[in-house]
Design a protein. Structure first.
Length: 87
């Protein structure tokens, strides 16, 4: 998760951004699964969603696939996830 150092919030660096805004159900996870294969091991994918079920879906997907959900937050009605490719 992001760390606070003094008055600064450290936000993970995204190597690629996937905007799934407006997509519902399994579509954000399906697109994340495809996108994670397009980056190198150790790189980070930022995923943006608006689906209320996304937080639970992304946690479950990361656990099942072995990729690391390194940060997640919600801002302006959007959920933002940072996923590191581990394999």
């Amino acid at each position: 998760m992001a760390d606070n150092i003094g008055d600064y919030l450290i936000i993970p660096k995204a190597d690629q951004i996937l905007d799934c805004s407006g997509l519902l159900g399994p579509l954000p996870v399906i697109k994340t699964c495809r996108a994670i294969k397009q980056i190198e091991i150790g790189q980070t994918l930022q995923v943006i969603t608006t689906d209320q079920g996304s937080p639970l879906d992304m946690v479950a997907w990361a656990r099942l696939t072995g990729h690391e959900l390194i940060d997640a937050c919600q801002e302006s009605g959007k959920f933002i996830f940072y996923v590191q490719r581990n394999k």
